[in-house]
Design a binder for this molecule. Sequence first.
Ligand code: HEC
Ligand code: HEC
Length: 337
Amino acid sequence: MSKKVLILVIVIAGLLTTLGTVLLARVQGQPSETKQSAATDDWPVPDIGQLPNDKFGQMVRFGKELMEKTPKYLGPEAADPSKRYAGNNLDCTSCHPDGGTRKFVNPFVGNFADFPQYRAREDAVGTIEDRINGCMERSMNGRPLPLDSVEMKAMTAYLKFMSTGVPVGKAIAGRGTPKLELIDRAADPVKGKEVYGQFCVQCHGENGQGKRVGKIGDGQGYQIPPLWGPDSYNTGAGVYHVTLLARFVKAAMQGRPGQPQPELSIEQAFDVAAFVDSMPRPQKANLEADFPARKNKPVDSDFPPYLPGISPTQHKYGPFKPLLDERAKVYGETPQG
Ligand code: HEC
Ligand code: HEC
């Protein structure tokens, strides 16, 4: 072997090892070093390592810890029973990955600068604490955290830190998840089951149960979070809406690192979202009270009141385009979605 070839082989081997480590870290749910989250001019992720170890820095770090290891502190298996505010063992970062720094996957970057804000679901202005408690009661299937609790203060401190340098009111591109074009047919849970078998089952499991870090009861939560069943998000969660779940899946779950997968098509994303949201999960009580301003009610909500003559099934799975037209007819000009 010539010297040049040898060097090339060594370099390639080195690259592969690095790639392997990164992929393994992702699959195991640990932060990798090559995240999409690297700060850029238009994606100002602050460096937590630069924070001093004073009281504020400690609160910010505790807030991050709470979001990444939620079951340990706030879950149904938390050591202190009085702190069991969450009803499932998800982490906040199950849906806000990489500590909420991943662009286009419900990141926390810039959130704080956008609150208080008008909330369509309540038809009222809500604070960032209200927003956290929205996820506590729905995505985490739990109870609201008291506003004066150290946990609420720590999480809001972390969120404030994640808006470092972002002027109040500035809209940051990369928030939420990218909108998808609506498909013309109903999303199909039967087709979605096939998509699940092809793209998701290897991680989330045959019964959507995910993979625990340790054992039931130890408060360590999941390496891979569950998608349905008693330890999942409830029927009041954002991702219980098929369009929002399709967006999340398309943005976050296609071509997962470590899995050589082609991109999910938009139809596959809708179908797999329909399948996951058709499976059993905890029920949120009192859903009819959501969206008191009915013009704001997303057309893909399968709880009453329904648009005149439209079945709950069409509200759940679509086709959604005719529903948007119908809603506009009933309520006049309405927001998309
Ligand atoms: C099952 C998924 C899921 C879990 C778990 C979850 N969230 Fe969310 N969260 C969402 C979705 C979906 C949104 C809506 C994003 C959008 O507006 O498009 C959201 C929005 C938010 C927002 C507002 C984001 C913005 O851009 O304004 C905050 C803050 C937030 N969540 C905090 C939390 C915290 C804190 C926890 C843990 C206690 C948590 N979430 C757990 C899914 C989840
Ligand atoms: C390589 C493993 C892997 C594959 C494949 C995968 N996921 Fe995930 N999924 C994860 C991990 C890990 C998380 C936690 C968030 C993160 O770190 O990105 C997650 C989070 C989620 C969440 C939000 C948290 C929850 O439990 O509700 C949903 C929904 C989801 N995945 C759906 C899917 C769907 C649908 C597919 C197939 C299209 C899929 N995932 C494929 C590993 C995977």
